[in-house]
Design a protein around this ligand. Structure first.
Ligand SMILES: Nc1ncnc2c1ncn2[C@@H]1O[C@H](COP(=O)(O)OP(=O)(O)O)[C@@H](O)[C@H]1O
Ligand SMILES: [Mg+2]
Ligand SMILES: [Zn+2]
Length: 320
């Protein structure tokens, strides 16, 4: 999507403009510029599939947007993208590029922008058969070539585990913070430990742990039943000294809503699951208030720590 231009490329020296090095450098600059306009980046991850990462991502993004924040939702589960289905957005992305040559994201409403590989595919049921480097490139393009604009939060929905996708996010978005989703059973908790250790390994801060499917809300009396036990997520949070963001119970309405593309947890309905989700949302807001925006790149370094004097750091000319 990005073409190296001889006018603007600052890396043509030895390798020549149009070379792979120049294209990567230009893409790095575009990534840095995109990320610099996004205050908080949240990578929703877990060691297991089916624990509710996509459900949490969709409802978190929508819940924050309903509070008036500017939110982006980026689906990096490239082999199993669910986000656009859960949001009931069947359309394909084929909008005109913006003036600066960027791709407009799907717009769920005026506060929520969405990007997913699925909405770029001819046939949504086709499998994505890609290996690491292609996945890495797709995620980099999701950041560099999409017109995200100014955002308060970018929620990133990851596939299970600690493979190429979360690794690319960790390398590309240095100030992304992980939000770890678990279910209460020991077997899920064991996998989540791997996610936490992954974060330590790549120096990614953890926003906190949320325990999903924590108790089952009986459809007859709306009372909770602890079919998977509860409390494991909180124990894990204590063990690793990270914030515990709350428990969201199992509620059949969440499944129906996810299948129908009408997110339930952020629907404003009154039920124990919605209430639990709202408490979780408030904790995320508290952990990541938008006034303490993190910055992604050396552009924000103090004047004394790079060669750009008192002005903003220019990554094209500065070797900081
Ligand atoms: N709190 C919940 N109550 C009921 N069903 C849930 C809940 N959280 C997730 N689900 C359902 O569980 C299934 C897996 O959730 P999903 O978000 O796709 O998991 P993941 O992204 O981790 O693979 C979906 O059908 C979803 O609707
Ligand atoms: Mg998912
Ligand atoms: Zn009951």
């Amino acid at each position: 999507m990005s073409n190296c231009s001889s006018e603007t490329c600052g890396t043509k020296k030895a390798s020549g403009c149009g070379s792979a090095d120049a294209a990567v450098a230009q893409q790095n600059t575009a990534i840095a510029a995109s990320l610099d306009r996004i205050k908080n980046k949240i990578l929703v991850m877990s060691g297991k599939g089916g624990v509710g990462k996509s459900t949490v991502s969709v409802n978190l993004a929508l819940g924050l947007a309903q509070k008036g924040y500017k939110v982006g939702l980026m689906d990096v589960d490239l082999h199993g993208p669910d986000i656009v289905r859960m949001l009931g957005m069947p359309g394909r992305m084929d909008g005109e590029l913006t003036k600066d040559g960027k791709m407009p994201p799907l717009q769920y409403n005026d506060k929520l922008k969405v990007i997913s590989l699925e909405s770029m595919m001819e046939n949504r049921d086709d499998p994505v058969i890609w290996r690491g480097p292609l996945k890495n490139q797709a995620i980099r393009q999701f950041i560099a070539d999409v017109n995200w604009g100014d955002l308060d939060y970018l929620v990133i929905d990851a596939p299970p585990g600690t493979g190429d996708e979360p690794m690319t996010v960790a390398h590309t978005i240095k100030d992304a913070k992980a939000l770890v989703v678990t279910t209460p059973q020991n077997i899920a908790l064991a996998d989540v430990r791997k996610s936490i250790n992954f974060c330590k390994h790549v120096s990614m801060k953890i926003v906190g742990i949320v325990e999903n499917m924590s108790g089952f809300i009986c459809p007859h009396c709306d009372k909770p039943v602890d079919i998977f036990k509860t409390g494991g997520g909180e124990q894990l949070a204590t063990e690793f000294s990270v914030p515990f963001l709350g428990r969201i119970p199992l509620d059949a309405r969440v499944v129906i809503a996810g299948d129908d593309g009408k997110p339930y947890l952020s629907s404003g309905a009154t039920s124990p699951a919605v209430q639990a989700f709202e408490e979780f949302l408030a904790k995320v807001e508290k952990e990541l208030p938008i006034n303490v925006a993190a910055t992604s790149i050396p552009m924000a370094k103090g004047a004394s720590s790079c060669g750009c004097g008192s002005g903003p750091c220019n990554p094209n000319t500065c070797d900081c």
